[in-house]
Design a protein around this ligand. Structure first.
Ligand code: NAD
Length: 346
């Protein structure tokens, strides 16, 4: 095992990006065009032509022969993983073992067991190496709400109501994917906001709406209960045919706070009144500033040797999210509250 000492990090952090499909290519472009103190030195993709095309847009970037070669490379100080989730456990663990900071897109792994293995790998390495890509933590509204909650401005919190809406999903986006790919962001936000984990979860499946895909209950409602008895609802509606929006409403003894109701939203009131504005077509423009802030904070943490930024989700957060998703998936068929079972933190 090697380690990258702080003094060895060059002024411009050299980032290797594994998987340059939609998210990976976006990250390469953001690092190249907008992030200070970093450049993309190496990319890897299962499809070599994809890697070559993306590398051509990043000055000084080369294509690796494999993701293993990328992680080991001398011209890679830190690794950004944007391959499909089923590879994250192995690739993140390899990054840890090489002593290189990792920014891993969510999920940390496909199962709680695999996620726990990455937590244990960090433990063995003697510190935190992995930042997990729950970028909403870096969204301005999310960060402001988190700071208000931490400062006690809303008093005692009893209920949080979340809404998660997409214009469309791709064919095959079934109930399981609604839990693992959509609700997972609210699942992480719950522990981010409240500082406590979910202890049980129930999915509630209304009659599928008119645009629900095969194998999909859309809308779907999830209910979470935390250790202290707080209740969180998450209403997923992923084929609205309009646009992308996520909202969070926190009910506290000293006030109610709502985020996601900004100028981005447009609706027509059912009663006949109306207002108008713009709505984002999908998650990328909605959260572009959050992705930028997340990657900038990661680069700063790599450069100063702390490796994981203060607001970032960690491997433990990834494990909790995986365990909560597993319980939610079980609830799809069990139709009742399912306990979230977790192992002790190593
Ligand atoms: N944070 C977010 O909001 C957010 C949003 C979308 C996707 N994601 C996550 O980002 C990751 C990538 O999603 P995407 O939408 O870009 O997928 P994608 O299919 O567009 O891109 C994945 C790329 O990885 C390549 N690839 C496949 N196996 C590989 C391997 N073993 N090693 C290297 N490259 C490999 C594929 O050829 C493809 O180019 C997923 O984990 C997804 O859940 C996160």
């Amino acid at each position: 095992m090697t380690s990258t000492a702080r003094s060895e990090i060059p002024p411009d952090v050299r980032v290797g990006v594994i998987g340059v499909g939609q998210m990976g290519a976006d990250h390469v472009a953001r690092i190249t065009e907008r992030i200070k103190g970093a450049r993309v030195s190496v990319v890897d993709d299962y499809v070599r032509e994809t890697a070559e095309k993306v590398a051509a847009g990043a000055p000084g970037c080369r294509v690796a022969d494999s993701w293993q070669e990328l992680i080991a490379a001398d011209d890679v100080d830190a690794v950004l993983i944007a391959s499909p989730g089923r590879f994250h456990r192995e690739q993140a663990t390899a990054g840890i073992d090489a002593g290189k900071p990792v920014l891993c897109e969510k999920p940390l792994a496909m199962t709680p067991e695999d996620a726990y293995a990455v937590v244990e790998a960090e433990k063995q390495a003697g510190g935190a190496y992995v930042s997990l890509g729950f970028m909403r933590r870096f969204d301005r509204e999310y960060a402001e709400l988190k700071d208000a909650l931490d400062a006690g401005e809303l008093g005692e919190i009893s209920v949080i109501n979340c809404k998660h809406r997409n214009a469309h999903t791709l064919p095959g986006f079934d109930d399981t994917m609604m839990v693992h790919d959509s609700a997972v962001h609210e699942i992480d936000a719950i522990s981010y906001f409240l500082g406590e984990a979910v202890t049980e979860v129930q999915t509630v499946l209304p009659v599928p709406g008119p645009r629900a895909d095969d194998g999909q209950h859309d809308p779907m409602i999830l209910m979470f209960r935390t250790a202290s008895g707080r209740i969180i609802t998450d209403e997923l509606y992923v084929n609205t045919d309009s646009g992308y929006e996520v909202r969070t409403e926190v009910l506290g003894s000293a006030g109610i706070a709502t985020i996601g109701m900004g100028i981005d939203r447009v609706t027509t009131q059912l009663s006949g009144g109306s207002w108008s504005g713009a709505i984002h077509p999908d998650f990328r423009p909605r959260f572009i500033d959050a992705y930028d802030a997340e990657v900038q904070a990661w680069v700063a943490a790599v450069a100063d040797g702390s490796r994981v930024a203060r607001r970032s989700a960690t491997t433990w957060d990834g494990y909790l999210a995986a365990a909560t998703c597993a319980a939610a998936e079980e609830s799809l068929t069990a139709g009742r509250f399912v306990p979230v079972t977790t192992r002790p933190r190593p």
